[in-house]
Design a binder for this molecule. Structure first.
Ligand SMILES: Nc1ncnc2c1ncn2[C@@H]1O[C@H](COP(=O)(O)OP(=O)(O)O)[C@@H](O)[C@H]1O
Ligand SMILES: [Mg+2]
Length: 369
């Protein structure tokens, strides 16, 4: 029996989303094959062993796993796996064969946890350090995709330091008007779940949108507004990734904002699979695989597209290396529709994590002439 540490919560604007994803993964985990250990990460970044594995909520429930903030602290030790505070105050090792980071956004999906686990020598589900860091950064993602000839949405990059320049706002507004006009989208380069993202209809509201976005990152993108259908594609695998038939999100709000995603039960409807023309379907699948390889991803990712309602053109909007995992989240729904039900999806992710770990363990990390 393999011991799987589920890391959940996290120091991220998407902490609450992680609690729901973790509940869902726990409720679908094959307990005859895996022994779960829950490690909750508080919003301040403390790692706490959850003494009891709660009975997971019913499959399909949207309630999150509880996260006890008080309890024995968990540590990751370089070269030595996990340790936990013992009742006497010393530390003892915590068994762990593999980590499933069920963490969305900063300090979880961005390569930081992955780096920690690499140093500790622990296999983990999902993309490695580089792929995670790239996938988290929408600007770096765009640059790499453009380099590979994959269409992306036009944008202007702004650094926090630019604010200080006199005349910054009028000149930015002129640049936006000349390049793509209003409305436009303002979003932190590294964020998720639409946190810090605004649709901006004119130059008057630009400053407050930038202010909001800069709360979450030092780099902000001002993006051309695309009047588009939102198409999402699940990709699974390491060297030979497979793309599942894409789905469609139809937000009922002005855009697919945080409330539409998580608070309003009627915030969006989903179509699985998305009603697409055969050639659109093929283009999305091919583009998703190419993007996955270009961005150095492994394990899994959801590649999100805009399909322009006027021209029918597709562009990659962003990738999510740890996509939402509730049972009504798009990633597991697409896999299920493609013949891989949730429990088997978890098995595949775990197998892929071991496969990647074992392959990399054969690399040399010393120079023997
Ligand atoms: N350029 C754009 N044009 C139109 N809608 C957009 C644009 N950028 C983002 N959106 C809307 O905002 C949502 C969140 O933006 P996204 O870039 O996907 O960030 P996140 O990582 O927070 O999901 C999208 O699902 C879409 O509804
Ligand atoms: Mg998105």
């Amino acid at each position: 029996m393999k011991t799987i540490v589920l890391l959940y919560g996290g120091r991220s604007g998407e902490h609450e989303v992680s609690l729901v994803s973790a509940a869902s993964i726990l409720s679908h985990l094959d307990l005859s094959a895996y022994r779960p250990i829950l490690v909750g990460i508080t919003k301040k970044g403390k790692w706490v062993l959850q003494e009891e594995v709660p009975i997971p909520p019913e499959t399909g429930s949207m309630s999150g796993l509880p996260l006890a903030e008080k309890g024995r602290k968990v540590y990751v030790l370089p070269g030595a796996g996990f340790a936990v505070e013992s009742p006497s105050g010393s530390v003892e090792s915590l068994p762990c064969d593999l980590v499933f980071p069920v963490l969305h956004g900063t300090f979880g999906e961005d390569g930081t946890i992955q780096g920690l686990l690499e140093c500790a020598g622990i296999p983990y589900v999902g993309a490695g350090v580089l792929g995670s860091a790239i996938g988290m950064d929408k600007q770096v993602t765009k640059e790499l995709l453009k380099g590979a000839g994959i269409p992306v949405v036009d944008s202007i990059l702004i650094h926090a330091a630019d604010w200080a320049n006199p005349g910054f706002f009028p000149s930015l507004a002129r640049k936006i008007e000349a390049r793509f006009g209003w409305p436009c989208f303002v979003k932190p380069a590294c964020s998720g779940s639409s946190v810090g993202t605004s649709k901006v209809s004119d130059s008057q509201t630009l400053e407050s949108a930038l202010f909001k976005a800069f709360l979450y990152d030092e780099k902000v993108l001002v993006e051309e507004f695309v009047f588009a259908r939102e198409i999402e594609c699940a990709v699974l695998g390491n060297d030979k990734p497979k793309a599942f038939a894409p789905g469609e999100v139809i937000p009922s709000h002005e855009f697919y904002d945080y409330d539409a995603k998580y608070s309003d039960p009627k915030g969006a409807s989903f179509k699985v699979p998305a009603p697409l023309l055969a050639e659109q379907n093929e283009a999305v699948l091919a583009c998703a695989i190419k993007a996955y390889k270009t961005l150095c991803l492994s394990g899994m990712a959801r590649v999100d597209f805009f399909l322009d309602k006027k021209t029918g053109d597709i562009a990659v909007n962003e990738v999510n290396t740890i996509p939402g995992f509730t049972s009504i989240s798009m990633y597991p729904m697409l896999c299920k529709d493609g013949g891989l039900p949730y429990p088997e999806l978890i098995d595949s992710l775990i197998d892929l994590a071991f496969e990647r770990f074992e392959r990399r363990s054969e690399l040399r990390f010393s120079y023997d002439s």
